[in-house]
Design a binder for this molecule. Structure first.
Ligand code: SAM
Length: 426
């Protein structure tokens, strides 16, 4: 299979099977060489980002929708349009190579794919991503973003359509930031964030294994917004800390690199993902007790309460759409409600494991208020022992409860939400 054929398979898996782009790429692009793999990835991401614009375009330009048998052609045309949108790929190659994917189907298929793509090239040329990013969102999500963020909705939706920057975190306990920067290869820049000393934005977004000291843990990939967690939790040496939804372990690693003497329990209900926490810790020669278990119950717990709890909650991930555009395609309004119910259950259960005087940091990578400030408002309303504590840092926008970082807004970070909750002493 060539890169374009792989992209068709990836897009099909995302749209028809609800898969993540990254997972579909690792299955379908495994046999491609690195440059073909990154071409397949670029086409897949570009197509999924534009999926609703492409659907609207095809609705206007196809006489009737493809039946089940012809659905492959729908995806072939979709990757063709994504390549041609605003002349993103050399148009001859994009049309010819994409049309040739239709060969081997029906006689008329080649002609049809050719006609749609050439028609787009001649008359339309752009799908409208820049002019109207809202149209690239499903209606229910655009409505929620507009209701929650009336003044910022357009910039949030525009940020969702951008290619995400590469942020890394320097492990300041092993190397000073300036010393690390001095080892960077020529032609690669590392721009510090205004907010966090250890966050650097790398341009161009090179293969991270080529960054100095990556293999020995001097740096790790982590968006700047996520790097706030370890600071905000305010751990002191020797404290007992629960990282309740830990996998793949970016924040567990940060907590321990910052304060190696912590007694950390890293919990996740997904044993496969938890393996990655163990691997990351091993690579950095750090230790935590890794437990596969469900944080909405206590079967896994040894009855020793925690000084600090990090709840990096499962959420709709609507703050990281630029990294995971499949959210635009396979998230539903019902999943938002399910996430809210799950987060509220997690908050209630984990609260019982916190020592009086202890602190719980609640985090999501969502921009929806029902998962963030409204979630915390309800929790505080039903939990007399809880109060909100100020965040020690200038984190995004203060909201009624907690702080919201909007995507692309502060330093070009991902969308993230933090609220710090203190438990009253008995
Ligand atoms: C946002 S991710 C955590 C990212 C992680 N903190 C990091 O920084 O790398 C949410 C995680 O919560 C886990 N999870 C979801 N429900 C859970 C539950 N009831 N108990 C424990 N873990 C859960 C998922 O398996 C997923 O790994």
């Amino acid at each position: 299979m060539n890169a374009r054929a792989v992209a068709v398979e990836v897009v099909r898996s995302v749209v028809d099977e609800g898969r993540h782009i990254d997972a579909a790429l690792s299955d379908h692009a495994a046999s491609l060489d690195p440059s073909a793999r990154s071409f397949a990835a670029a086409i897949s991401f570009a197509t999924i980002r534009r999926w609703w614009l492409i659907e609207a375009y095809l609705e206007r330009h196809l006489k009737r929708p493809f039946n089940k048998k012809g659905r492959y052609l729908h995806f072939v045309i979709a990757i063709g349009l994504a390549q041609l949108d605003q002349g993103r790929t050399a148009s001859h190659a994009a049309v010819n190579e994409t049309v040739s994917l239709a060969s081997g189907q029906w006689k008329w298929a080649r002609g049809l794919v050719n006609a749609v793509l050439r028609g787009f090239q001649r008359k339309d040329t752009a799908l409208g991503l820049e002019d109207s990013p809202e149209r690239a969102h499903p209606d229910w999500l655009a409505a929620m973003i507009k209701a929650d963020w009336p003044s910022q909705a357009n910039s949030i939706m525009a940020a969702n359509m951008c290619e995400p920057p590469l942020w890394i975190r320097i492990n300041e306990s092993s190397v000073a930031v300036e010393q690390w920067r001095s080892k960077l290869a020529a032609g690669v820049s590392a721009t510090p964030s205004e907010a966090l000393s250890c966050a650097l934005r790398i341009e161009p977004a090179i293969d991270v294994s080529q960054l100095p000291g990556f293999d020995v843990g001097d740096c790790s990939v982590q968006d700047g917004a996520a790097q706030w967690a370890a600071t905000l939790l305010q751990c002191e040496p020797g404290m007992r800390v629960l990282d309740a939804c830990a996998a793949p372990g970016g924040k567990t690693l940060h907590l321990l690199q910052q304060t190696p003497s912590l007694d950390v329990v890293a919990l996740d209900r997904d044993g496969g993902r938890l393996e990655r926490v163990s691997e990351n810790l091993r690579r950095a020669s750090l230790t935590a007790k890794c437990i596969t278990g469900d944080a909405t119950e206590t079967k896994w717990w040894d009855n020793k309460p925690f000084d600090r709890i990090l709840l990096d909650a499962p959420c709709t991930a609507t703050g990281v759409i630029r990294r995971h555009p499949e959210i635009l395609v396979n998230r539903s309004r019902r999943q938002v409600e399910e996430a809210v119910a799950q987060q509220s259950q997690l908050l209630d259960q984990l609260w019982t494991l916190l020592k009086p005087g202890g602190q719980l940091l609640y985090a999501t990578c969502s921009v929806l208020k029902c998962e963030n400030e409204h979630q915390i408002a309800s929790f505080l309303g039903r939990t007399p022992s809880a109060h909100e504590r100020p965040l020690p840092g200038n984190v995004g926008l203060p909201t009624t409860y907690g702080h919201q970082i909007l995507p692309g807004n502060v330093n070009g970070f991902d969308g993230f939400y933090y609220a710090l909750l203190g438990k009253k002493d008995d």
